[in-house]
Design a protein. Structure first.
Length: 336
């Protein structure tokens, strides 16, 4: 089937595009879709707001929207193959809305994909190609990316499992940081029984995505801290009063810095809390703290926090749970 003249084809495709993408392409989307033109199949992947691919512009057009820019690339793509248009940059300049058709994508030149305010970047591929896919921030670092901040990763690979998602990257170490809704220091108060204070932790990515990242990484960790005033983590009888809950809904007897299966906190092994399992177990009228990193990837991430012994007027606690941070690629050794 011969591809229609460009303006006609744009109009035809514009009618089908909403079936794949709802609304204008103006920000990052986790969706992808396929569009058929004759015998060709094209896909669009993850529009990215605030990025541009430099140094590979094949042509520039004035078009009214990011959607029209994307459609123009699809038409050129179907006529000439991926050598003519594999991605687009869309932005405003001097009152004009400009569409740059790139002859490469970010997989070809990852170092040329840079942050630039007010732009939209989008890639296109056919059935013979796959979109740029980065497993994690460690993968980005290995491929030459150096910019800290938000990046899109796909830990289970293109077309598999969960859709790609935006994460925070620390490129000094290649760390992938998955944030949640409970990172702020939280007051613990108001009840006395063991585990009576309950707070569920919600991550910004689906749990399937989180687990895929853990499986794709060399190791992961999560910081946890409990600050206490006359509030204990363990009673003298050995009964736990406060704990974190693992992803499999198991109660963790260990606090940060202590291996899974060992009860208590790190201070008992450094002789900083002799005769007690944790600093907070002193149960005196002083502010104390127990903190450290949980590192058992088979238990992470933490999904719930539970505490007790905070029912009295003077009994208080504060809990801080950091983001899940993962390093390296699979079983590879990874140097910080």
């Amino acid at each position: 089937m011969k591809v229609p003249h460009l303006p006609i084809a744009l109009a035809i495709l514009a009618g089908f595009l909403p079936l794949c993408l709802s609304g204008e392409i103006t920000s990052h989307s986790n969706r992808s879709c396929k569009i058929f033109i004759g015998n060709s199949t094209m896909s669009t992947y993850a529009p990215v707001d605030g990025y541009v691919l430099k140094n590979h512009v094949g042509s520039i057009q004035r078009l009214p929207s990011p959607k029209a820019c994307f459609l123009a690339c699809l038409i050129v793509h179907s006529r000439h193959g991926t050598a003519r248009c594999k991605s687009v940059n869309y932005y405003y300049q001097d009152g004009s809305q400009l569409c740059e058709l790139n002859n490469v994508d970010s997989r070809d030149w990852p170092k040329d994909l840079i942050a630039q305010e007010g732009t939209v970047f989008l890639e296109v591929s056919d059935d013979k190609t796959s979109p740029t896919s980065f497993v994690s921030c460690a993968d980005l670092k290995r491929r030459g990316y150096q910019t800290n901040g938000s990046h899109i990763v796909d830990p289970d690979g293109p077309g598999q499992g969960e859709t790609p998602s935006e994460v925070k990257c620390d490129m000094s170490t290649g760390a992938t940081i998955l944030q949640h809704d409970s990172e702020a220091r939280q007051l613990v108060h108001g009840c006395e029984a063991a585990g009576c204070w309950i707070h569920d932790v919600t991550y910004y990515q689906p749990m399937e995505f989180v687990l895929a990242l853990i499986n794709a990484s060399s190791w992961c960790q999560q910081f946890i801290q409990y600050e206490c005033f006359s509030s204990v983590l363990w009673r003298r009888s050995g009964e736990p009063i406060g704990w974190a809950v693992s992803r499999d809904n198991g109660r963790l007897a260990n606090w940060g810095g202590v291996a899974t299966g060992t009860e208590g906190c790190q201070c008992q092994f450094t002789e900083e809390c002799p005769g007690r399992k944790c600093n907070c177990d002193a149960n005196d009228d002083e502010w104390r703290s127990d903190e450290g990193f949980l590192t058992d990837s088979t238990k992470l991430p933490i999904v719930r926090l539970q505490f007790g012994d905070v029912g009295g007027y003077r009994e208080n606690g504060y809990v801080t749970l950091g983001p899940l941070t993962c390093f390296g690629l699979g079983e590879d050794d990874y140097e910080l």
